[in-house]
Each structure stands twice: as structure tokens, then as C-alpha cells.
Design a protein around this ligand. Structure first.
Ligand SMILES: C[S@@+](CC[C@H](N)C(=O)[O-])C[C@H]1O[C@@H](n2cnc3c(N)ncnc32)[C@H](O)[C@@H]1O
Length: 283
């Protein structure tokens, strides 16, 4: 089954894709990869499709919308939260591209939407390279044409908790040179050379009503992956070994805001940090 026949079968039958732990669009030689069937889990909500629904996208199914609506009952301003996060991601990528970063590893990509990482980076560095990684195979199904339609980008289906499998991927190695600075949008710090950046945003328990947090966690227990909230201190620890860039670990809307950014919630913290040989980075 190829991606076109797969799409035609949506939503009734789902798609068939390789079930390897790490799955890529093609073999390094360019030959199509073998495609044993894999279950897209249309019987359960997935975080990627729920996030797409929160953003206002159409790449989701009834099971995702039902779960997302239950989250919205607990958190009425989900739309603001997801766009606040998205705008932070875009500003952070623009900031890094302006600093000369031309290679990006985006862990937990989500479904393609407006202003994807390669589109933002390429406004400044036209040949910037981007590897997208998500554990939901639907991201590959859609990302194949929408994210990775241009040379210098690829989509990998893998679990970000297994960095060795991701980093050993031949398609990734063909695009990302870890001897040069790279921006990791979430985490893979073990392979990052001096000058590399970590971009991270994270849901927090510091701010939101505890009952709404508990309800949200409960909804995601029925999804294919759980949702995790952390305290601000726990999120700060994820930056250990990096130098946080100004303004530090803040609400996404406080991170180098632009006049058009109007979303102001208390559900997330975000920051951009650099690995440096010296204690100070680009401020
Ligand atoms: C909230 S979305 C974020 C999308 C995008 N990075 C953004 O900030 O707009 C989180 C994404 O992470 C993916 N994800 C969750 N757990 C993962 C894991 N263990 N490995 C890889 N991807 C994961 C989900 O499938 C989902 O697409």
C-alpha cells in the first residue's frame, strides 16, 4: 500500500506503514521501504490528532475529537494554550536561524500545520535541514507530502525516549551533521556539540487549577500516549548542562514576544538554551 491508497482509505481502514521501531519515508538508497501493516489506532485517541483538533485542524477522527472535547471541558482555553505554544516554537526557530543554526531535530513534531519548522527556518536560511520525529504514524502519513516534500527534510516515526534508535537512523544521519551545532526541539543532548541549542516548552502544574490538570491527565490515560505535567523546578532541571538564553524559563508568551502574540495563559513554561564551553551563551 502506498501513501495515496492509504489516504484514499481514510478514515474507514487506516493506513499500512512499516512497523519498525524506527520508520522512515524511504530506504537510504531511495528504494521504497517495505510496508507491513501498522495500526493507526483509530479505536483510541492519539495526542497528535487531539493536538491537531485543538489547533483547529482537520486531520483527526471522532475518537480524537471526543477526547479533545473532554479536555476542553476541563480547560476551556485549550485553543489559546496550543497556539501560545506554537507561536513560541516559531519565534524560537526564527531566533535560532538568525543565530545561524541551519539544522534542526524536531522531536514530537505533531501533524503539519501552518508555520512548520522548516518553513520558518527557511525564511532565513533557505537550505536549512529539518528532521521531524513523532511516534504517531499518522504524522508520517501526512508529513510525507506536507512536511517532507522538499529536499533537506524527512519524517521519522520513532519514540523520542529511544534516542539511540533515532540517532542511528540513516536518513537522519544524511541530513544532520552532529559535529556542527544543531537545534533540538525538545531533547537529545548527548550528541550535541558546543553551540547547539535546546528548545523546550512543557505543560506545568504551577499555575493551572489542580482539578483541571487531573481531569486532563485522566482523559489522556485512554489515549495512545499519556500527558505529563511538571513543576517549574522539574522543567528547569531539563535544561541542566545548558545555558538558558534570555529571558530564561518563562511563560511562552513572555519569551521574546511579538506585538501580534495575544495568547497569555499559565499552562506552560518555555525556554531556549545553548550548550557552551563557557558559562555564557548568546543573550
Ligand atoms: C503537543 S504535540 C506538539 C507538536 C509540536 N511540537 C508543537 O509544539 O506544536 C506533541 C507531539 O508529540 C508526539 N509524541 C508524544 N510522545 C512521543 C514520544 N514518546 N515519541 C515521539 N513523539 C511523541 C505526539 O504524537 C504529538 O504529535
Amino acid at each position: 500500500m502506498n501513501v495515496n491508497t492509504c489516504r484514499e482509505s481514510f478514515p474507514q481502514h487506516g493506513c499500512a506503514y512499516p512497523e519498525d521501531r524506527v520508520m522512515t519515508d524511504s530506504l537510504p538508497s531511495g528504494l521504497p521501504a517495505p510496508r507491513p501493516p501498522v495500526d493507526l489506532r483509530l479505536d483510541r485517541p492519539t495526542p497528535a490528532r487531539m493536538y491537531d483538533h485543538f489547533l483547529g485542524g482537520k486531520d483527526n477522527f471522532a475518537v480524537d475529537r471526543e477526547a479533545a472535547e473532554r479536555v476542553k471541558q476541563a480547560i476551556p482555553n485549550t485553543y489559546e494554550i496550543v497556539w501560545e505554544n506554537r507561536f513560541f516554537l516559531q519565534r524560537a526557530v526564527r531566533y535560532l536561524a538568525e543565530a545561524g543554526i541551519d539544522q534542526y531535530l524536531d522531536l514530537g513534531t505533531g501533524l503539519p500545520t501552518q508555520g512548520n519548522v522548516h518553513e520558518i527556518a527557511r525564511e532565513i536560511i533557505p537550505d536549512a535541514r529539518v528532521v521531524y520525529v513523532d511516534n504517531d504514524p499518522i504524522v508520517l502519513a501526512h508529513g510525507r507530502s506536507l512536511l517532507a516534500s522538499s529536499p533537506g527534510t524527512t519524517v521519522i516515526t520513532a519514540d523520542m525516549r529511544e534516542p539511540h534508535a533515532i540517532l542511528g537512523n540513516a536518513d537522519l544521519r544524511a541530513l544532520i551533521d552532529f559535529s556542527r551545532p544543531v537545534a533540538v526541539l525538545f531533547v537529545a543532548r548527548g550528541v550535541m556539540t558546543s553551540g547547539s541549542y535546546l528548545v523546550l516548552s512543557h505543560l506545568t502544574t504551577d499555575g493551572p487549577p489542580p482539578a483541571a490538570v487531573a481531569r486532563t491527565v485522566e482523559v489522556y490515560e485512554s489515549a495512545t500516549s499519556p500527558i505529563v505535567f511538571r513543576t517549574r523546578n522539574q522543567i528547569a532541571q531539563l535544561f541542566d548542562g545548558f545555558t538558558l538564553q534570555r529571558p530564561g524559563l518563562v511563560r511562552p508568551w513572555q519569551w521574546r514576544p511579538e506585538p501580534t502574540d495575544t495568547m497569555h495563559t499559565k499552562w506552560l513554561y518555555a525556554g531556549v538554551a545553548q550548550i557552551t564551553d563557557t558559562p555564557t551563551g548568546r543573550q
